[in-house]
Design a protein around this ligand. Structure first.
Ligand code: HEM
Length: 347
């Protein structure tokens, strides 16, 4: 009986997985306009944002839940209203069909393209989690070593090449001074700036950071609004703003990849798109798992939608979109030094 039973058991375990894979065009029949609705909302928001560089949702495309979003580590994600807007539009178009996890992934893809980065096909069919735990949020801090970063990414089955390409996300957007100020003076107790930073950049960043309320500086000092390989070129000139970015250029396990991307934008675009798709497929809920949230900020009231719904079910009755609860968070992205920093400041 042993073998037969194990084969059956295996089939039983594997079957739902076999049926439930992410796939490009998952909503083609259940919500054909889903991707274009999201695209329009992202484009509208993008065009009305002062700098047009607001690809900040890139930072955490997999964190979909209210309490995780509220965790300190994620407080830099400023564009959650955009996700809400897309959700409301999609609930009108096809109720309880498109997951928040997919909305985030698709919106991120569109923001990348609007930043002149690559446009890539995104497999969809993710479902939303039933729990959201701020303790599970872990974002590495900017002083992480390359080898620790490699381990963090490897634990998610991402290669060193994937990691270097993904850190190319820092080709757009900003960092608060508190994330790199330790490099500007008395670096590691030396009474001097970080020697791996161009002195002209040290001076410029000191000027920016002398402002109040933890100002911000562009992560890519070359082309901060364009998702391109300039970020890597900057690090070759010692002009990486955060320590981890600069370290990529000098560590022997990543320096070759950095120079490769620096000299070949097409290769960077290809690898970035590839790595984004891969990152977006990690630890996703599919098939019968999770639910399709009706409001991205909260788990559905009452029973999760039944497994038969699989992305196409209709709720019996529309559920009100409750106001999100503010939660105190225990999780923070580790900063080099602690400082109270109200956020008000894009340049
Ligand atoms: C070792 C891994 C990483 C570390 C240590 C790291 C660290 C940081 C830090 C400290 C900031 C500044 C946050 C702030 O000041 O509010 C930041 C910003 C940013 N990161 Fe990362 N990050 C990592 C990986 C990634 C990945 C994989 C992506 C996307 C593919 C990404 C995209 C971004 C973007 C777009 C911003 C700018 C956000 C904005 O303008 O508000 N980062 N990162």
């Amino acid at each position: 009986m042993g073998t037969k039973f194990s084969v059956l058991l295996l089939l039983f375990i594997l079957f739902p997985l076999a049926l439930a894979q992410l796939k490009v065009g998952f909503y083609n029949s259940t919500c054909p306009r889903a991707e274009s609705i999201i695209g329009q909302i992202v484009a509208k928001r993008f065009n009305t944002t002062a700098s047009g560089c607001d690809a900040s949702i890139l930072i955490d495309s997999t964190n979909t839940t209210e309490s995780e979003k509220d965790a300190g580590a994620n407080q830099t994600v400023r564009e959650f209203e955009l996700i809400d807007e897309a959700k409301v539009a999609l609930e009108k178009e096809c109720p309880s069909t498109v997951s928040c996890a997919d909305i985030i992934t698709l919106a991120t893809r569109d923001a990348v393209a609007l930043s002149k980065g690559p446009f890539y096909a995104v497999p969809t069919g993710r479902r939303d989690g039933l729990v959201s735990n701020p303790d599970e949020v872990f974002l590495p801090g900017p002083t992480i070593s390359v080898s620790d970063a490699i381990n963090v990414f490897a634990a998610k089955k991402l290669t060193v090449n994937n990691m270097v390409a993904l850190l190319g996300g820092h080709t757009v957007g900003v960092a608060h001074c508190s994330f790199f100020e330790d490099r500007l003076s008395n670096f590691q107790g030396t009474n001097a700036p970080d020697p791996t930073m161009d002195p002209a950049l040290v001076a410029e960043l000191k000027r920016i950071c002398s402002g109040n309320n933890d100002p911000t500086a562009f992560l890519d000092q070359g082309t901060p609004f364009v998702l391109d390989n300039q970020f890597y070129n900057q690090t070759l000139f010692k002009r990486g703003v955060m320590q981890i970015d600069q370290r990529l250029a000098s560590d022997k396990s990543t320096s070759g990849i950095v120079s490769g991307f620096a000299s070949n934008n097409a290769a960077f675009r290809l690898r970035f798109a590839e790595a984004m798709v891969k990152m977006g497929s990690i630890e996703v809920l599919v098939g019968n798992n999770g639910q399709i949230r009706q409001n991205c900020r909260v788990v559905n009231q009452g029973k999760p939608l039944s497994s038969g719904n699989l992305g196409q079910g209709k709720p019996k009755k529309p559920v009100d979109q409750p106001k999100p609860k503010k939660q105190k968070s225990k999780t923070k992205r580790q900063k080099p030094k602690s400082k109270k920093n109200p956020k008000n400041g894009k340049k």
